[in-house]
Write a new protein. Structure first.
Lengths: 289, 348
């Protein structure tokens, strides 16, 4: 859409020895990693592994106790809140809007980082909001209150608010939780499309492993506040990593259409599993059309 | 939505909100004019207008302009101040039940004011000065103190649902106890005066009180101009607001301080006029069908509620004049119960 995106390197997060404490509990333990610009990154891991805390740290919602996060080479603590909101947009986990707020109202809030108190609704704001409503397929729902929409449509509207910020980076905290499978696919298809058309860098927390492997170019697997492995889906989705991170036994197949791994959990590690599955396990198997 | 643009300046206005704001303002002014004509010496509204425009006899001038106008104008100012501060508290707390009176801020302001009325002593010029300057200042300090206590407690307990209401009950009980203790310790004259004041009354108000409350309300409204647009951002919650480029802590603090000062100044001149700060923003929101209450609509509706309540207070049991707070409470308390019942249904 109209506004030129920042240089790609400006959208690269570098996390250096990041430690976040919640009281005595270590939520993130000296994590260092690079989240590539222009790619879709998914952070995976069991509940309480620190993946949401990592995302919230990137969003500037959690202060690091030690270590630094930099965006495009600048420590994010040096970037003013308003400027940061023009570079990084965030979809929080289960956000709440006031009763009766319409889709158009919500999406226009995405222009807040560009507003001045005397300049509340510039022509640029208006055209960006209209473009965003079009790009996210919400034109016909623009005047509907959020509470009258389905879960998937509502999530779409929140993502549209983040898109209207015209940032180089989009952070999504569990965008598919509480959605049924069709709406999960709908939301992730939208993310793919935004990435393809706007070149936006996406970092998201996902629960569903096969969806993460399908939609992300880069996976970060976390456990107990540390990164176990980061890399391409094929590198990260292996029987060994899944056993270590989630404590599960799984068969890993390859989806012939996408070339991405698909996970079929078969049991917990160290437990007696039932009869061996009919499909061929690990590496050899494929899914046909 | 209607958009106004002039060079670098732009604003968007909901037509429905603008109509509600204007209509409530006009009705409030109309009722104020009716109210000016009512009393032992009664005038028609048309005659009142003539007198206000300078066309009355000396006697009419005295009665309308000198004796009755401060009361009517004060009702408008106090109502507007309560409406605006209620809208701010409700929106920033993201809780339909949050309002300065229910949170105990009004009771803090009352305790401050009663302290000066009672402990300032009676008679004497120093005491008189202390009272006219001291009551509003002490009310603001008491209001800010109560707000600080509420804010500290709400950092620890969950700020959703009816929790803040319970905190408010506790804080109100504490300051109420303080007031009772001061009333017992006070001389009978001071206690009687404090008691009339505590019900929320517009009786016997004159120009100095009106000027003080009017200036504070006007200053508050001006200070709100740059902050008001951020209420819509804050209504999405502090974290979303931050990711939209707003630092919630300083903005919320600024908004709440303005709100507390306005409600305390109103309380200092009129006593605790109950429930207006709760009811006005809800009426504004429902009438304009907007997700959050508009500050200006809350102001004109607040003014309308207080002027109408004062009219009822003066006429319903005439010649006995009820305190305006008694009327607003009679209307406001059932409204609160309705909100509670409706909230229960919505969450069930």
């Amino acid at each position: 859409m109209s506004e030129p995106l920042k240089k790609p390197a400006d959208n690269q997060f570098t996390v250096d020895a990041l430690t976040v404490l919640y009281g005595d509990r270590v939520a993130i333990d000296a994590v260092s990693t690079v989240l590539p610009a222009g790619k879709i990154t998914a952070v995976i891991g069991p509940n309480g592994c620190g993946k949401s805390t990592l995302l919230r740290s990137l969003a500037g919602l959690v202060r690091p106790d030690r270590g630094t996060i930099s965006l495009g080479g600048t420590d994010i603590r040096q970037i003013r809140t308003k400027e940061y909101a023009r570079r990084v947009a965030v979809l929080p986990q289960s956000p709440v809007a006031p009763e009766g707020l319409t889709v158009a109202d919500l999406v226009s809030r995405g222009r807040d980082p560009y507003r001045r108190w005397y300049d509340q609704w510039s022509r640029a704001d208006e055209s960006h909001v209209l473009d965003t409503l079009r790009a996210t397929g919400l034109e016909l729902l623009a005047d509907r209150p959020l509470d009258s929409l389905s879960g998937g449509q509502r999530q779409r509207a929140w993502i549209a608010m983040a898109v209207a910020q015209r940032t180089g980076v989009l952070l999504l905290d569990e965008p598919t939780s509480f959605l049924d499978v069709a709406h999960q696919l709908e939301v992730l298809a939208l993310v793919d499309e935004l990435h393809a058309t706007l070149g936006v860098t996406v970092v998201m927390v996902l629960h569903e492993l096969s969806l993460a492997a399908k939609h992300a170019d880069h996976l970060v697997a976390m456990k107990d506040g540390r990164i176990v492995l980061a890399g391409t889906p094929a590198e990260v989705i292996t029987a060994g990593v899944l056993a270590e991170v989630f404590g599960i036994e799984a068969d890993i197949l390859t989806d012939r259409r996408t070339g991405r791994p698909v996970v079929i959990p078969t049991g917990l590690t160290g437990q007696q599993t039932g009869p061996r599955p009919v499909v061929q396990p690990a590496g050899g198997g494929t899914i046909d059309d | 939505m209607t958009v106004l643009r002039l060079g670098r300046v732009s604003a968007s206005i909901r037509p429905r909100t603008a109509i509600v704001t204007a209509a409530a303002g006009v009705i409030a002014l109309g009722l104020a004019i009716v109210s000016l004509g009512i009393g032992d010496f009664s005038l028609t509204p048309a005659r009142v207008l003539q007198v206000l425009l300078g066309g009355g006899t000396a006697r009419e001038e005295l009665i309308v302009t000198t004796l009755r106008l401060p009361r009517a104008a004060l009702a408008l100012v106090v109502g507007a101040a309560l409406g605006v501060s209620g809208a701010i508290v409700q929106t920033t707390a993201r809780n339909a039940l949050a309002s300065p009176d229910l949170l105990g801020i009004t009771s803090g302001a009352s305790a401050g004011a009663v302290a000066v009325i009672v402990l300032g002593g009676s008679g004497g010029q120093a005491a008189g000065l202390l009272r006219s300057v001291g009551v509003p200042v002490a009310a603001v300090l008491g209001g800010l103190g109560a707000a600080a206590v509420v804010a500290l407690i709400l950092r620890v307990v969950d700020a959703n649902g009816v929790q803040p209401l319970l905190v408010g009950v506790g804080v109100s009980a504490f300051f109420g106890g303080l007031v009772s203790w001061m009333m017992i310790a006070a001389s009978i004259d001071d206690a009687a005066r404090a008691n009339v004041w505590l019900t929320g009354s517009l009786n016997n108000r004159s120009w100095p009180e009106l000027t003080a409350a009017g200036l504070v309300t006007l200053a508050g409204l001006i200070a709100l101009v740059p902050l008001a647009p951020r209420l819509a951002t804050l209504s999405l919650g502090p974290e979303t607001a931050r990711s939209l480029g707003l630092r919630p802590l300083p903005v919320v603090t600024g908004l709440l301080v303005i709100s507390v000062v306005m409600v305390s100044a109103a309380t200092a001149v009129a006593g605790p006029v109950a429930f207006v700060a709760l009811v006005a923003p809800h009426l504004a929101r429902m009438a304009s069908r907007s997700p959050t209450p508009s500050l200006l609509a809350s102001a004109t509706i607040g003014a309308l509620v207080v002027v109408a309540s004062d009219l009822v207070a003066r006429t319903v049991l005439s010649p006995i004049i009820l305190p305006v707070g008694a009327v607003t409470a009679a209307v406001g308390a059932p409204f609160l119960l309705w909100l509670l019942v409706r909230g229960r249904k919505a969450s069930a």
